[in-house]
Design a protein around this ligand. Structure first.
Ligand SMILES: *Cc1c(COP(=O)(O)O)cnc(C)c1O
Length: 458
């Protein structure tokens, strides 16, 4: 078989100029493996009748491309032009620079995580944030968990293990993936006591359900859907009075849990954490990486005695936060102490409150430059109006007027093909397809050049 003789040896490829440069960049083991894999493939092709010399000529480029692909992080940054600001599959909130700096410091240095520097004794890792959270929410105490799902899980397990949790049928939510309230309850060891109906739940439904087996009354903010029409729910203050009279804790799972009134920024009002506390909930749970705009985390704020019980639950250790995120959260929460500058400094709020005319001006500016790039791929680009969503289940029925670029090409699958091309580029671009066109919503694009340089690589 002469074809095989046309192939270089592993050693020849490794010691050539290109091979040496590759070894310097990627390391000998990785380069050797890439060479072996391509040589194996070439031998298989020759056995099937392939031309050895032609296959050998392809090897250097193939190996170089394989190495470049492997070196690219699977978690490399993408441009979120999907129109969903808090995109769960794209990692939700972008952190403010202050939080990034704090996280970097926490990664690089020892820190007094569970150490009281003044007294030299052991401290609690949640202590660093407790004061800030109480200040911002009006609650007595606070505890931190891995995410809001963990916050709900540990609260159910603490107060309702082997006992009943009373919840309205209108609030038995699924928030996506495997987080369905009845399933979480079962895993927490709580007995679900559903009351009322999908659209209407009355005070007497709660009254009738409360008995000696009850451990917790749960109210869930139906953040990702809305029940409209012939509806009734028991207002939180009334529920709080009922819980108090029965001597039972009331927990309000807010989900997105904003710390500020979003209507100030032209968005629809969501209940704030401080409001939920003021309405009398004994415990309020919410996420760190939704409207709050920080890293993934879950918070429970509320009554001191109840928070102490949660902190004594052995699950707390399994669901606790790490130092990197605690540091980032502290820096994020500090920004809330200066509400006047919050929308400038917190990326989530900056994106959500960005005025449509500013985005439209960006689209008008970018359209001809993007047109010049995509024309080479036989696509056309024009500015367009579009509608952004908050995402992560917050205000799902509401959209925010936005602007973007509309990319169209020939053939029924043109938008799909372009979408794949942009998503798999070295700097991936994620848009969304509407009416046969690929729409790039520019709400979350900070600088024109970010898009132009990403497109240049695609
Ligand atoms: C998002 C959400 C959760 C889960 O929060 P994570 O931080 O994603 O774990 C729980 N309850 C409600 C109502 C939510 O909206």
């Amino acid at each position: 078989m002469d074809g095989f003789r046309a192939l270089p040896s592993v050693d020849q490829l490794l010691t050539g100029a290109e091979g040496q440069a590759q070894v310097a960049q990627h390391g000998r083991a990785v380069v050797t493996a890439a060479i072996r894999a391509r040589l194996d493939a070439a031998r298989t092709a020759i056995r099937r009748g392939g031309d050895g010399a032609a296959l050998a000529a392809l090897l250097p480029d193939q190996i170089e491309a394989d190495l470049a692909r492997q070196a690219r992080s699977a978690l490399r940054p993408v441009l979120n032009l999907s129109g969903t600001v808090l995109h769960t599959n794209l990692g939700r909130a972008i952190l403010p620079p202050e939080a990034i700096e704090a996280a970097a410091q926490a990664m690089a240095n020892p820190l007094a995580l569970e150490f009281d520097l003044g007294g030299g004794s052991r401290g609690q890792r949640d202590d660093h944030l407790r004061g800030l959270l109480c200040e911002l929410t009006g609650a007595e105490d606070a505890t931190l968990l891995n995410n809001n799902a963990a916050a709900v899980l540990i609260a159910l397990n603490t107060f309702s293990l082997g006992r009943e949790t009373v919840v309205s049928r209108g609030e038995l939510i699924e928030i996506g993936g495997a987080f369905r309230l009845p399933d979480i309850m079962a895993r927490a060891g709580a007995v679900l006591r559903e009351i009322g109906t999908t659209n209407r739940t009355h005070p007497r439904d709660y009254q009738d359900a409360l008995r000696s087996e009850t451990g917790l009354i749960l109210k869930v903010h139906t953040s990702n859907y809305r029940i409209e029409g012939f509806t009734a729910e028991v207002p939180a203050p009334d529920l709080a009075a009922m819980a108090r009279a029965a001597g039972l804790p009331l927990m309000n799972d807010l989900g997105a849990g904003s710390l500020v009134d979003l209507s100030v920024y032209g968005l629809r009002r969501e209940p704030t954490v401080a409001e939920a506390v003021a309405e009398g909930a004994d415990l309020v749970t919410f996420s760190g990486d939704k409207l709050l705009g920080g890293p993934q985390a879950g918070f429970i704020v509320g009554r001191k005695d109840l928070i102490a019980q949660i902190n004594r639950n052995p699950l707390k250790r399994a669901l606790r936060l790490d130092k990197i995120r605690i540091a980032a959260l502290e820096a994020t929460l500090r920004l809330y102490r200066d509400p006047d500058r919050l929308a400038e400094r917190l990326p989530t709020l900056r994106y959500l409150s960005r005025p449509e005319p500013e985005i439209a001006a960006m689209a008008a500016r970018l359209a001809p430059q993007v047109q010049a790039i995509v024309a080479a791929w036989d696509y056309a680009c024009a500015p367009c109006a579009c509608a952004s969503q908050i995402g992560s289940g917050a205000l799902p029925v509401d959209t925010i007027p936005s602007a973007g670029l509309r990319l169209t090409g020939r053939g029924g699958d043109a938008a799909d093909r372009l979408s794949v091309r942009l998503r798999t580029a070295p700097r991936p671009i994620v848009g969304h397809i509407r009416d046969g066109a690929l729409i790039l919503d520019l709400r979350c694009l900070s600088r024109d050049d970010d898009l132009l340089s990403a497109l240049a690589l695609a």
